[in-house]
Ligand binder design. Structure first.
Ligand code: FES
Ligand SMILES: [Fe+2]
Length: 331
């Protein structure tokens, strides 16, 4: 499936659902989406390590076996409910519950009870699909327990010696995951919040679970102005790859994982094609400082806004409505 829209989208049908005056609630929040979401960066989890996680308003447990396999499971033991993240241990390829030392294998099945010969068939921990690539550990969240219906890409720049090692930036924001993701296709705010010289013309199209937006920014350049192209690829609601070409080639791996309905855990991993050129590396450091600054420009808007289900969009808002139509497949 492929559809294309050139900037200038209209809002959804019907009257906009506006704020309702003083005391307007931030509810209802956008429903939790299905998709691949960052559990952690790969280098945050050594073999044998266990990390309790709190995402999607509930607890999960991330661990890595001694052989290096990352797993995301339900944290409470099916025996008598102990939390494996509080005193549990990785023992080879198994995780061991702290309470009675039952041991569970990589598929979740109990493989050893130190004081029983027969293992009950129900002795199995719930687990989730995990993919580790591009320096990130992703898990698949589906509200109904469904299986993944799309794959995440390999990002060739990660690990390429011509590119700098990605620099990770990390934030917790009191806003819906949708507000985070939508920011990249909200073309007008680049001028009014981030000081862009012009409102960048943007085109957008969807290809199944992939959303592609392309913008042209006018930037200051020696002797006048120049152009920078920005391509934003959304692989479902939790992973976004942003490539910029102009003075310098850059790639950014953005993730947003809902902590709960109102808070989102956001990260950017930023890399430039420096090819060992220290001038470009210095330029990258300046861009990273600017990105952090730009994030703080958005933050007070995000943390106090409503995520309107039917916003009053205008011609010139670009592909916001298109983006919202695309993400319906995940909620
Ligand atoms: S509660 Fe986990 S082994 Fe008993
Ligand atoms: Fe922004």
């Amino acid at each position: 499936m492929s559809e294309t829209q050139r900037g200038g989208s209209q809002g959804a049908e019907g009257a906009p659902s506006g704020p309702s005056g003083p005391g307007a609630s931030r509810y209802p929040f956008t429903p939790y989406p299905n998709g691949w979401f960052r559990a952690a960066y790969s280098d945050e989890l050594a073999p044998g390590e266990i990390r309790p996680l709190h995402f999607f308003g509930r607890e999960w447990l991330l661990y890595r076996t001694e052989a290096g396999l990352a797993r995301v499971i339900d944290p409470h033991c099916v025996h008598l409910g102990a939390h494996l993240g509080h005193g549990g241990e990785v023992v080879g390829e198994r995780i061991r519950c702290p309470f009675h030392h039952w041991e569970f294998g990589p598929d979740g099945a109990c493989e050893k009870i130190p004081y029983a010969k027969r293992i009950p068939p129900r002795a199995r921990l719930g687990g989730y699909e995990v993919v580790e690539k591009n320096g990130l550990i992703f898990f698949y969240h589906d509200r109904d327990g469904g299986s993944p219906n799309f794959e995440l890409p390999d990002v060739p720049e990660v690990g390429d010696s011509a590119w700098t090692v990605p620099e990770v930036m990390h934030w917790k924001v009191r806003a819906s995951w949708l507000d985070m993701n939508e920011n990249c296709v909200d073309q007008a705010h680049f001028k009014f919040i981030h000081g862009a010289l012009t409102i960048p013309p943007t085109t957008a199209r969807a290809e199944g679970s992939l959303h592609i937006a392309e913008s042209i920014f006018t930037i200051k350049a020696p002797g006048g102005t120049g152009e920078m192209n920005l391509v934003t690829l959304d692989y479902g609601p939790g992973f976004q790859v942003v490539r910029m070409n102009g003075l310098i080639d850059t790639v950014m791996l953005n993730t947003s994982t809902p902590i709960d309905e109102e808070n989102t855990d956001v990260s950017f991993a930023y890399s430039v094609k420096s090819e060992g050129d220290t001038h470009k590396e210095h330029l990258a450091a300046a861009i990273i400082a600017d990105l952090k600054d730009q994030f703080e420009h958005d933050r007070p808007i995000w943390e106090n806004k409503l995520c309107l289900p039917r916003p009053a969009l205008c011609e010139g808002d670009g592909p916001i409505a298109h983006y919202r139509k695309w993400y319906q497949q995940f909620i």
